[in-house]
Design a protein around this ligand. Structure first.
Ligand code: SF4
Length: 368
């Protein structure tokens, strides 16, 4: 339990919160980028320990939440084919597309399987040569190395029946898009420790400089987050805007070079549409020319994008930090985890799901 209990120490959290209160002289707004951090903040009540005027807003760091409707539609279209075994992480099955989700396809007889690793899908392809096996490659930089490894392995094994539907997104371009938006409120960021474990911290340095915004890399336990907020507020109060690593037990400035090399070998940077946000240039990963044969969109002839259908779901504004889940009129009534209208209510890292689980009985917090 080392590295869990010591980062959940209530007395240490109270001391850090007291130091934060002494440090804070004016209102600040900080965005935690990662959905895992959002859940920890709500679960442990970190936001309730903050001094008045210090506001946390929740960012777009939930890969399930930002996968656009058009890609869910492509997934359901491919998964419904009789020759296909469609493999996905469990979270994706209940994300609504335009009319159906992957669970509906499964209920109608489609061969949709939950896997815990993309390499499981490679194994299924190897053991089932008569069927087409498609893996739904969703995620940020954290899952990109494993997904790249799956494609690399499939190529080495000569598997002609394996392909990936790629929905990878990248964190730094999304942060820049948030900072460039006219309604931006973010003055400092908490960056996600697991993403930086893979990618390092250097790509955040130009963002901190260009937008004069502190970026503090931190972890996922309550004390990690409080210490990250403290470091971010210290920079804001002192007029500094630097990249600061407060997750040194996992993150190095250069990141994991082997993982980065594998990502570069298999994937290239492409524009990507984000659910509720729209297209962000150079914010996604697609397959390189050398691995283009593993592209499920091309293999099944469904390339091309479709417009996002209008919806009462305001998850786009939530993912940009403009609104909070409790401001959505559908929250907890027309939209619940059992009957979600948007991906932020589906995912275990989604902000709406976090508020539903930890805060729906606390109307006094609605103005926070
Ligand atoms: S509560 Fe539901 S409808 Fe409202 S923003 Fe969240 S996911 Fe969308």
């Amino acid at each position: 339990m080392r590295f869990v209990t010591e980062y959940r120490d209530a007395e240490a959290a109270r001391r850090t919160a007291a130091a934060l209160a002494r440090l804070t002289t004016r209102p600040w707004t900080i965005m935690e980028v990662c959905g895992g951090q959002t859940h920890a903040i709500l679960k442990f009540g970190v936001d309730q320990l903050l001094p008045p005027g210090l506001t946390l807003i929740h960012g777009p760091g939930c890969p399930v939440c930002v996968t656009p409707v058009e890609l869910i539609d492509k997934a359901t279209e491919i998964a419904a084919r009789p020759e296909v075994i469609f493999c996905s992480f469990g979270d994706m099955l209940r994300v609504p597309g335009t009319s159906i989700d992957l669970f509906s396809v499964k209920a109608s007889g489609g061969d949709v399987r939950i896997v815990y690793s993309p390499l499981d899908a490679v194994t299924i392809a190897r053991d089932t040569p008569g069927r087409q096996v498609v893996f739904f490659a969703v995620g940020f930089e954290t899952t990109a190395p494993a997904n790249a490894m799956a494609v690399y392995q499939a190529e080495r094994l000569g598997l002609g029946n394996f392909s990936v539907l790629v929905a990878h997104v990248l964190v730094p371009p999304a942060m820049e898009a948030i900072l460039q938006a006219p309604d931006n409120r973010v003055q400092g960021f908490l960056a996600a420790g697991h993403v930086c474990t893979v990618m390092g911290t250097t790509e955040y340095e130009p963002i901190a400089r260009r937008y004069r915004v502190p970026i503090v890399v931190t972890g996922f336990e309550p004390l990690d987050i409080l210490q990250g907020i403290h470091a971010c507020v210290r920079q804001l109060e002192e007029g500094r805007a630097e990249v600061e690593n407060r997750y040194a037990r996992s993150v190095r400035r250069e990141g994991n070079r082997q993982a980065q090399s594998l990502i570069r070998q298999v994937f290239r940077i492409v524009p990507r549409r984000w659910r509720g946000v729209g297209e962000i240039p150079a914010s996604g990963l697609g397959l390189t020319e050398a691995y283009a044969a593993f592209d499920a969109e091309a293999r099944f002839g469904i390339a091309g994008s479709r417009p996002e259908a209008p919806s009462e779901c305001i998850s786009g504004e939530i993912l940009r930090g403009v609104k909070k889940p409790l401001e959505c009129p559908a929250f907890g009534t027309r939209c619940t985890p059992e009957r979600p209208l948007g991906a932020t209510m589906v995912s275990s890292e989604g902000a709406c799901a976090a508020y539903y689980r930890y805060r729906r009985a606390a109307p006094s917090l609605r103005s926070n």
